[in-house]
Design a protein around this ligand. Structure first.
Ligand SMILES: Cc1cc2nc3c(=O)[nH]c(=O)nc-3n(C[C@H](O)[C@H](O)[C@H](O)COP(=O)(O)OP(=O)(O)OC[C@H]3O[C@@H](n4cnc5c(N)ncnc54)[C@H](O)[C@@H]3O)c2cc1C
Ligand code: FES
Length: 482
């Protein structure tokens, strides 16, 4: 099902790349990051073209909850501990500047995207110790953020109090993207299949660019960069509820059972049930959200549900900057850890300077080339997870007859002596897919909630018939016998 954003905003279609082309800057991806970065560079006087595999805003940006906040969970006490006070301050200041960046652009351009100023809260579960919330409030306030602990949380159910950030914001992300992309050159349905030096190869022609920005969510060029070894993807789920109370503020539950709430007009968005992409074999995520909705907002009615995913870096800081030291003309913005509204704006602010050969105060914090001690344990864990996914490929999965797959479900089975993924459609027809991920070969898993084949290693996803939904993989997995 499409998000309420996609249901309420039509962005006019653009033609694919018409053939070979030369430009100063090529940006890969027209999500929030690609559009904001391109707009900033174009405003600075550069010639920019965007190459988009699908449609503007059709990626994860279309599935966001669109809170614009510097309150990224309980991140500040942890950042001070794991990095340093100055690094945490840069993180705080750059994300607050991002909120102001949205306000300035929306005001200057008169963009009608439902921007509302409100407070953001991270809440403790009832009965839990509020001290971690108080510690976070102290850490954030010491960094200059508008933060305080409050026991007075405007929710219709009990909490253990919350950290409140004042003067944050929420909006309609696609209405904003529609206005921002209006004056940009975007080629849709133009997937970049390979990049070499200054050439981007697509099925519609080759683009030669002096500088290239990868704003494609998960960077798909593995070498150099090795982003696959430095982050994984996590998926979460959203319900849009009618006949629920309007909330004054944006809310997040801390600790286990993490949830998210915000209002949009007369609807309430309830999110949560996050997990590593490719690890949802048992499903039931939407059902658990529905149970929560019934308990907290009795009488509410679901009008839409959807899911999306984001890239999670191991040290809690996105990668924004040079793609790799061996490619001085390539840049990247990724690893937004479910806070990509402000992170995309930070990326636009930082890359506007770096792409022009200037420095930015936050460039070293976000630099993708950081390999600090804080990041190493996480990076090692990513490597272990990928090895686990690869090893699974050679394990003998008990043979399951395709006959036992219920309609509209998939499973890994042995078919004609070969291990394949099989989806049974509602009419009973079987659709086999290659079960090895075309990215680096991990075994794909069937996700019963989204009816997709998902990769547990780096989060590539394919629809039930094997067509690529999102990378880093670049190819379909449609089986030759399909
Ligand atoms: C459930 C959920 C809720 C969230 N809520 C919030 C929130 O409230 N606030 C917040 O700040 N953040 C939130 N986030 C995070 C935020 O939505 C994302 O970080 C952000 O949308 C990512 O934007 P992007 O431009 O990097 O990626 P995308 O929007 O995915 O854009 C990337 C684009 O690149 C294109 N592309 C990919 N590969 C290629 C290729 N090879 N060639 C050409 N094009 C390509 C894709 O088609 C896509 O359109 C949430 C995330 C989730 C999962
Ligand atoms: S996404 Fe990397 S192996 Fe599947």
């Amino acid at each position: 099902m499409r998000s309420i954003w996609a249901q309420t905003c039509e962005i006019p279609p653009r033609a694919p790349l018409p053939g070979d082309l030369e430009t100063e800057i090529a940006v890969v991806g027209a999500g929030m990051a690609g559009v904001l970065i391109s707009a900033a560079l174009q405003e600075a006087g550069h010639q920019v073209v965007i190459l988009e595999a699908e449609r503007i805003g059709s990626g994860q940006t279309g599935g966001t909850t669109a809170k614009i906040t510097s309150q990224h969970g309980l991140c500040y006490a942890a950042l001070v501990r794991s990095m340093s006070l100055p690094a945490a301050k840069l993180y705080a200041q750059s994300n607050e500047a991002a909120i102001q960046g949205y306000r300035r652009i929306i005001l200057e351009r008169g963009i009608d995207c439902g921007l509302e100023t409100c407070s953001s809260y991270v809440c403790g579960a009832p009965g839990t110790d509020p001290e971690p919330l108080m510690e976070e409030a102290r850490a954030a306030a010491a960094l200059g953020l508008p933060a305080a602990f409050t026991a007075d949380v405007p929710l219709p159910f009990p909490t253990a109090g919350a950290v409140r950030f004042k003067a944050q914001a929420q909006f309609h992300p696609l209405q904003f993207l529609k206005a921002m992309s209006d004056e940009l050159t975007v080629f849709e349905h133009t997937r970049v299949q390979a990049v070499e030096d200054h050439a981007l190869f697509t099925g519609h022609g080759t683009v030669r660019a002096e500088r290239i920005v990868f704003a494609c969510h998960f960077p798909f060029v593995d070498l150099p960069g090795m982003y696959f070894a430095r982050m994984h993807q996590e998926r979460s789920y959203v319900l849009a509820l009618a006949h629920a109370p309007r909330l004054e503020g944006m809310f997040l539950g801390s600790g286990a059972g993490h949830w998210s709430l915000r209002s949009y007009r007369d609807l309430l968005l309830l999110g949560g049930e996050g997990h590593r992409t490719g690890e949802n074999g048992d499903g039931g995520r939407y059902d658990r959200l529905r149970e929560r909705a019934a308990a907290w907002f009795p009488g509410s009615r679901e009008v839409a549900h959807w899911s999306a995913q984001d890239c999670m870096p191991p040290d809690g800081v996105p990668y924004i900057g040079r793609y790799a030291s061996s490619r001085p003309d390539w840049f990247v913005a990724t690893g937004f850890q479910k806070w990509g509204m402000t992170a995309s704006m930070v990326a636009a602010m930082v890359l506007r300077e770096l792409v022009c050969g200037r420095d930015h105060p936050a460039a070293s914090l976000y630099s993708p080339s950081r390999w600090e001690a804080a990041a190493l344990p996480g990076i090692a864990a990513e490597g272990w997870h990928a090895v686990k996914g690869l090893a699974k490929r050679s394990l003998q999965i008990p043979t399951e007859a395709a006959a036992h797959i219920p309609p509209d479900h998939g499973a890994v089975v042995s078919l004609h002596g070969e291990k394949v993924g099989v989806y049974r459609d509602e009419e009973g027809a079987l659709h086999p897919v290659e079960i090895r991920c075309p990215h680096l070969g991990c075994q794909l898993e069937w996700d019963p909630d989204t009816r997709t084949w998902d990769c547990p290693c780096h989060g590539s996803r394919f629809d039930r018939f094997g067509h690529l939904l999102s990378g880093p993989a670049l190819e379909d997995i449609v089986h030759e016998d399909a």
